[in-house]
Design a protein around this ligand. Structure first.
Ligand code: ADP
Ligand code: ZN
Length: 592
């Protein structure tokens, strides 16, 4: 059976009218019994590519997944769509029931942790009843090249090979070329079984700003973004401080999350966030793995992420439902200074690689061209020049040639003895007369007062830029010194182009085009539908998005279906959900 033949089932089970991206191709291969590796970005809808076959095929689809929280989240979603699903993990108490249901052919989907899947008992279970498909989620875990190698995954191969006729579907969101090739080999998938979907997440808007006053910048950003969001901060203290500041300034519910909190509190913060429609978590990067919340509306970075890869993974947690979402990063020269300082503590063999990572980040934050194009090129794609949905496309910045100014600046750093901070250097260059300068005789230097007028406003951004590109380094006490790339800049061998600092803007111009969908503000029907969703979610013990996504509620509010069958045409409303919750929502619509 081809994927197209499954369209009616796609509609009745999940409420979707069409496959998205390359889902159809993957489902085609699965239904044909082929072996496949699907590499698709977060939010592309990987789980559907085995959940739909789970409904269509005779027999049970066995899903190997390393993250229990993720599994349980999927379980809830699958059950809400009427799929008979269960899991076998260390925290499940109903093992005996689950195994019995499997043997009796009463299951469509069985989630299992890798350490269970590789056990003797599990193979015996499968021998009693051959599965319809093996789905291996987070398949990069099988590769030592991947960023998350798990030895348990290596033990899966004998299990798979014990059932050679059962199709295999490996899935991952993050795998570079090397890792992809390794997954194919490790899991016995032919090279032509690779389906590689684009990395682009067109609904995420990227914005990168110099960090001037982080709390204020974040508060302004959050005020413009009412939905749920994550703010990543580099330190534990930072997350707690920001949580207080943001809560005080916005009145929203904000919780801090980091590895230093006790596990119970961490679990509660995560649970509350998943269930919320407007909650904010300020977190270290410890937060996010295993969270599958589709309606996260923004991800903000209060400081520089570790690499482009982690930036992409972290921002990728926004907008998995396909609705507009924001990714906003604040960065400062000190981020680069600290990161470069840490390089010296690394084993020699890793330094070069880390330096490449940092330089790629420097290019991202410094870019005046399209951020999305830059990101996608980093992942080996060949995107259009402009995306129309990043800060640089929406408000094109100019580049200024700061080569000569950079020479002056470096020379001032050099002549003052490579120990003063940016403020002092700026004072020297602009010829300020003050006590500190006079007492050190810095007003007698040739560099004193050589920067005039308008150019002075470029000094701060230039310092950031020179630190980012390692022409400047920082001393232990925060002073500036020449960095490894400083010499070439000082000699004028490399041009220094920097982004023109933004002229103080009042509010950013219109944030969204008309064609884009955001939740309506002040629409009483939409609000009432949300309230009903909350009520039903509490009753069913699931997060609101498991009932319906915002997009479905928006469609209900604008189309006002009056009958069950009309409601059933709305994307996201499948047969099972229509039966369970349709009347409740129709009732709400009738009242408005
Ligand atoms: P991934 O695992 O690839 O990150 P998910 O499987 O969690 O992505 O799916 C992301 C979101 O996309 C889910 O909310 C899902 O309901 C939605 N989705 C999946 N397939 C489709 C489709 N064909 N049409 C519309 N929405 C879809
Ligand atoms: Zn762009």
């Amino acid at each position: 059976m081809s994927a197209d033949a499954l369209l009616p089932l796609l509609k009745s089970t999940f409420g979707f009218d069409a496959f998205r991206g390359r889902q159809g191709e993957v489902v085609d291969r699965v239904m044909a019994g082929a072996r496949t590796l699907a590499v698709m970005p977060t939010g592309a809808g990987k789980s559907l590519t085995y959940q739909l076959p789970a409904v269509a095929l005779n027999g049970c689809v066995v899903v190997v997944s390393p993250l229990i929280a993720l599994m349980h989240d999927q379980l809830r979603g699958a059950r809400a769509a009427g799929i008979r699903a269960a899991s076998l993990t260390s925290v499940d108490a109903d093992w005996a029931d689950t195994r019995q249901a499997y043997r009796d052919g009463q299951l469509d989907l069985l989630y299992v942790a890798p350490e269970r899947a590789t056990g003797e008992g599990f193979r015996t279970l499968l021998e009693a009843q051959t599965p319809a498909l093996f789905a291996i989620d987070e398949a990069h875990c099988v590769s030592e090249w991947g960023h998350d190698f798990r030895p348990d995954y290596r033990l899966l191969r004998p299990l798979l090979d014990a059932f050679p006729a059962v199709p295999r579907l490996a899935l991952t969101a993050t795998a570079d070329k090397h890792t992809r090739e390794d997954i194919l080999v490790q899991l016995g998938i032919p090279a032509d079984g690779l389906i590689l979907a684009g990395f682009d997440r067109p609904n995420i808007r990227y914005t990168v700003r110099p960090r001037v006053s982080p709390a204020k910048q974040l508060v302004e950003f959050i005020a413009a973004n009412p939905g749920p969001g994550i703010v990543y901060a580099p330190t534990r203290n930072g997350t707690e401080r920001l949580a207080e500041q943001i809560a005080a300034a916005t009145g929203r519910s904000v919780a801090a999350y980091h590895a230093g909190l006790d596990p119970e509190l961490r679990a509660r913060v995560q649970h509350d966030f998943v269930a919320s429609e407007d909650g904010i978590v300020t977190a270290t990067v410890a937060f996010g793995m295993g969270i599958d919340k589709p309606d996260v509306r923004f991800v903000a970075h209060a400081g520089l992420p570790k690499s482009i890869e982690s930036y992409y993974q972290e921002t990728g947690r926004a907008g998995r439902d396909g609705d507009p979402a924001e990714a906003m990063m604040l960065w400062g020269a000190d981020d680069f200074a600290r990161a470069r300082m840490r390089l010296s503590e690394l084993p020699e063999a890793r330094v070069a690689g880390e330096r490449v990572r940092l330089n790629a980040l420097a290019a991202l934050v410094e870019a005046v061209e399209c951020r999305r194009a830059l990101l996608l090129r980093h992942f080996g794609e060949n995107p259009p020049e402009r995306c129309g949905n990043c800060d640089n496309c929406l408000e094109p910045g100019r580049q200024v040639d700061a080569t000569v100014l950079a020479q002056k600046l470096l020379s001032a750093v050099y002549r003052t003895g490579q120990s003063f901070g940016a403020g002092h250097i700026e004072a020297v260059l602009t010829g300020r007369h003050d006590e500190r300068i006079a007492s050190r005789g810095h007003d007698k230097l040739s560099v004193f007062g050589i920067v005039e007028g308008d150019e002075a406003r470029l000094i701060k951004p230039l310092v950031r830029s020179l630190v980012a590109r390692e022409a400047l380094g920082t001393t232990e006490h925060g002073g500036l010194m020449l960095g490894p790339a400083g010499r070439a800049v000082m000699k004028g061998e490399v041009p220094v182009l920097i982004a023109e600092p933004p002229v103080k803007r009042t509010q950013r111009a219109s944030r969204r085009g008309d064609g884009e969908t955001a939740n309506p503000v002040g629409d009483p029907l939409f609000d009432a539908l949300r309230a009903m969703r909350r009520e039903l979610a509490v009753e069913a013990g699931v997060p609101p998005y498991v009932i319906f996504h915002d997009s479905a509620l928006r469609a209900m509010a604008s189309e006002r279906p009056a009958t069950r069958s009309a409601l059933g045409t709305i994307p996201g409303v499948g047969t099972r959900k229509l039966e369970a919750w349709g009347d409740a929502f129709l009732n709400v619509i009738r009242q408005y």
